[in-house]
Every structure is written in C-alpha cells, then in structure tokens.
Write a new protein. Structure first.
Length: 552
C-alpha cells in the first residue's frame, strides 16, 4: 500500500497564522499545523475527523500504537495516548484497526483461543479525549479449523460513515470449503445484520483458483460479496471462469440472492467491486487470454467490466477491453507492442472511481516487493524489503463498460525497510485459495518509507488528477522512457498529472523548488469531502498534519 494539484501553497497554521513559502502548484492549497515535537513514532493512519478533533494512529517501534489527537482548526496536537488493549482470558489482544463510526471512535483487536479453536474480535470504545474504556464489546467469536487457517478480519465503512461492515474468512481444508461471516454494526457496535456461509470448492480440477475477491456496502446499506472460481477443462480444452455475487438488500430484509456470471476462454486475474450511486454493482479487473488447449497466458490482456442492475439483480453487460496500442507502447516499448505482446502481471488495482456519467476510472499501479536475504540468527535476524511502486495505468470506462480512453502515469519509486519478520500484505488463504480484499502495505512498515510512495487520486467536477512525489529532475516530463527514479524520497517534490476528457495528460510542477521543505506522504491521508483531504507530511524528524484544499 490512495486513495487538483495546481498552486500548492503551504500555510503553517499557528496562533499568528504566519504564512511560510512552500513549493507551489496551481489550484491546490496545503495548510499545515504546528510541528509535532514528541518522539512517539510516526503517523501510519489518519483515522478521521470528529468532535472538532483529528484522530491519527501512530506506530512506535515494532508494535506500540498510540493515538494522537489534533485540534481541527489549528491542527495542533492536544493529546497523545498509548493504546493498551485489554487481555482476554490472560491472552494479549492483537491490534487490528481504528475506526470512526458516526463520530464515535473505537479500537479493534483480535485474539485466538487454541483450545476452543475460536478467533475473537473485540471493539473498545475511546472517548473524544483519547481515553480507552475499561469495557469491550465482543464483535465476533468465529469457530475455525485451526490456528494456521484462522483467517482474518476485513473492514469497510458505509458511504456515510454511520455503519461498519466487517467480514471474517477462514479455510476448512478437510471440508474443501472457505467460510465467510459478515456483520454490519451501528455506531454502538450493535450488530444489525449477520450472515455466514461455507463456500465449497473442488481443487481436483486443473489450474484451479478460488478467491473471495471483494466485499462492499452501498449508500442504501445493501451488502455485497463476490467469489471468483476458475479452472481448466482439460477434456474440452477451455478455460472456465465463474463469478458468484452474493447480494443482501436491506429493503428485502437482507435475504440472500446470488447472481452468477459464467465466462469461457478468458482468465480473470483479479476482481474488484464497486457499489455505485446509480444503484448498480460494477465488477472490474484484469483478464488474460487463453491458448487453444485451454491454458491461460497469465499476462494482462486488458480490463473487463461487468455491470449488475440492482433494481432487478440482472447482469446487464460484460465487456472485455484490450489495452490499445498506444498504452502498450508506454508499458512495453514500441518493439514489443508491435509484436502484440501482453503486459506483465505486475499491476494491482489502486483505486476505482465512479464517474459522473456512470462509468468508471480504474487506476492500477506497478507494484513489486523484493524480500532480501535474512541476516542474523533466530529472533535477532532481520530482513531487508524493497517496495517498488512505478507507473500507473489509468483506464476510463463508459457506463456500459466499454473503453473510453486509457493512459499511463510515468513514475519510478522505491523504498527499502528492514524488519524482523515478513508477512506479505497479510493476504488470507493458501495455495489456490485466498482472500484478496485486504491488500495493503502492513502497518508495521509504514512510517519507514513506503508511505512516501504511490499517489493520491483526486476526482472532482468530472476531472481526474493524480498527485505523487517525484524527482525534481523530472519537471515537465510525462514520457515514461525519460523519467528518472525518485531517489531519496526526503528530497522529493510534489507533482500533479491532470487528465482532460480524452485522457490527455498535462503535468503541473512547483514553479520554484524550495529546498528542505516538507514532503507529502501519499500513503497516509483521509478524504473528507470531494475537495478536501487531511494529509501528513514530513522531512526527516519534522512532522506535521495538514489539509489539502482543491480550488476551482
């Protein structure tokens, strides 16, 4: 682990409202509060804003979490409390998440009980001053097969932030099944909806893949989950793919309805889901082509889109859009593009944006993790991990799912961190079975470099903008063949790629680069409204939170 940039004016908000010169880009104001002077770690998440306060999650060391609270107006720190979750049956509770639900703050943690084979999730209320309650609320007590297959918990806020959707998934290998449990909680962490189901699979099939791909909640508090299953039919020499979309509509008493989408001769690489404001459900992701014998080529052919009309739960369209030649030239080079080569499967979906016309903007990012050789013996050993986040593929789809335009954001970024142990993104499952809804950079490595990478997509008034940190030597350059790597992210400057309605890019850079200025951390932000973001920026030991306001 995103998630509009024209005049970057940095204000340092203090009691005297002194204006300090900063790197400037058109049509964006960045205002900052006072310097955070204590040494209690780095901010790894901006939880949100409520009660005239901004709440942030801070990590110090390997696993010590703190809650920093700032005054909303001055963006000045007013509290800093360590998060100490209660023990359950003399077992430590592992921190999972911090959430705001209808302006009420909760810390969420989990603990596994070996004898009972239960995985418990609890919520601890927190006052607006950052004080944890002595009491906790049990959210889940999930029966699992064993510790190694206990799975994980995944979280979604409702669009109005008044409800919290939580899913637990776990594997039951002996039963050839994966279980999911979904609960919907109100601001008091009272469950208003619960469902559980074991979804069976048949791993005797060739090239079998089974994934709980995504889950979501819409503006009507309807709940959705999508399962993707794929295999090769060796006898008929064809690739078979199936989506099962589980729909729970509030107006129908949350009665389960299943929409099935069957596909052949395409392989689904990944799937993300977006419940739109136009009462549709969109499934989108990458697909690959298939050979005559039914084997998939595994490389990325293009972007697909399936649209389900929630008025009648009918699949209206399924469209497959190949990458056009111009996009392939940018990603592969002219020689390979002319030969008809496909794109390497190294791109993950970063953000899906619902456009004003009912279509989608799908932003995908080149992401790679290199895990170096472990150094040292036993628990004292450490491992270097390099996170690389390079160019972004931007695909604009019409309301019917067909391609409108595509382009590529040219960037080259990497950061290396050293950790005691490594857990790749915390993806649930094993082998051919996984849960792909929780892909993100682990909190344990945030604050150490990866949060400077990637980008903040901004969609306002029908226009897409993408903000990211870049090498100052790339000023004015949009050609992927000419850009230089970010290098030292402490010396990065902000840049903005602005897209017109045909997908053409114009680049906005600082008019004059000012040395030793704060550097944005695009991996840590909170979107307040369409044109306002709470942000976090640093330079070495100097940290500040602020606001990014998009100007007309």
């Amino acid at each position: 682990m995103k998630i509009n940039f024209l005049k970057v004016v940095f204000f340092v908000l203090c009691s005297l409202n002194v204006i300090v010169a900063q790197n400037k880009i058109d049509k964006i104001n960045l205002t900052y509060g006072e310097e955070i002077t204590d040494d209690k770690g780095k901010i790894v998440k901006i939880i949100g804003e409520a009660n005239s306060k901004i709440y942030s999650l801070v990590l110090k060391g390997k696993s010590d979490y703190f809650l920093k609270i700032f005054d909303s107006k001055a963006m000045k720190q007013i509290a800093n409390n360590q998060i100490v979750l209660p023990e359950i049956k003399e077992k430590d509770v592992e921190f999972e998440e911090a959430v705001l639900i209808n302006d009420k703050l909760y810390f969420i943690g989990s603990v596994y009980h070996r004898k009972e084979k239960k995985f418990t999730l609890i919520g601890v209320p927190v006052t607006d001053k950052g004080v944890l309650s002595d009491n906790f609320i049990t959210l889940f007590e999930s029966q699992v097969a064993n510790k190694s297959d206990r799975g994980g918990f995944y979280f979604r806020n409702s669009p109005d932030n008044k409800m919290l959707l939580v899913m637990h998934t776990s594997l039951f290998e002996k039963e050839d099944a994966m279980k999911y449990e979904i609960k919907f909680f109100d601001e008091m962490l009272t469950s208003t909806f619960f469902t559980e189901s074991k979804v069976s699979y048949d791993d005797n099939k060739k090239d079998y893949q089974f994934t709980i791909s995504d889950f979501d909640v819409n503006y009507k508090d309807d709940i959705f989950l999508v399962v993707n299953e794929g295999y090769r039919d060796k006898k008929n020499k064809e690739k078979v793919e199936k989506f099962e979309v589980h729909i729970f509509e509030k107006d129908n008493g949350y009665k389960k309805n299943v929409v099935t989408i069957d596909l052949k001769d395409k392989e689904i690489i990944n799937c993300k889901m977006l419940a739109t404001n136009k009462n549709t459900l969109k499934l989108t992701g990458f697909y690959s082509s298939v050979r005559e014998n039914g084997k998939a080529n595994k490389e990325l052919k293009g972007v697909y889109n399936a649209t389900i009309n929630l008025a009648n739960d009918v699949t209206e369209s399924i469209k497959f859009n190949e990458f056009d030649y111009a996009t392939k030239v940018k990603l592969l080079g002219e020689r390979r593009a002319k030969k008809g080569k496909d794109v390497k499967p190294l791109y993950n979906i970063h953000t899906i944006i619902e456009k004003n016309d009912g279509g989608l903007i799908v932003i995908s990012e080149y992401q790679m993790i290199y895990v170096g050789q472990k150094q040292g013996i036993g628990p004292l050993g450490i491992q270097p991990i390099t996170y690389t986040m390079n160019e972004m593929i931007v695909t604009s789809l019409k309301a019917d799912g067909t391609l409108e335009w595509s382009n590529v954001v040219a960037k080259e970024q990497s950061a290396t961190v050293t950790v005691a142990s490594f857990n790749l993104f915390g993806v649930g499952g094993s082998g051919s079975f996984n849960v792909a809804v929780g892909l993100s950079i682990p909190l344990a490595v945030m604050g150490k470099g990866p949060e400077y990478l990637s980008a903040i997509p901004i969609y306002r008034n029908g226009q897409l903008n993408i903000l990211f940190n870049d090498n100052v030597k790339n000023k004015g350059i949009t050609d992927i063949e000419e850009i230089k790597a970010l290098g030292n992210y402490n010396n990065a400057v902000p840049t903005l790629f602005v897209f017109d309605d045909k997908g053409n890019i114009s680049r906005k850079d600082p008019e004059e680069v000012i040395k030793n200025e704060l550097v944005l951390r695009p991996g840590v932000y909170n979107r307040k409204t369409e044109n306002e973001y709470i942000i976090y920026a640093s330079r070495k030991s100097v940290d500040k939170i602020g606001r990014m306001i998009l100007l007309d």
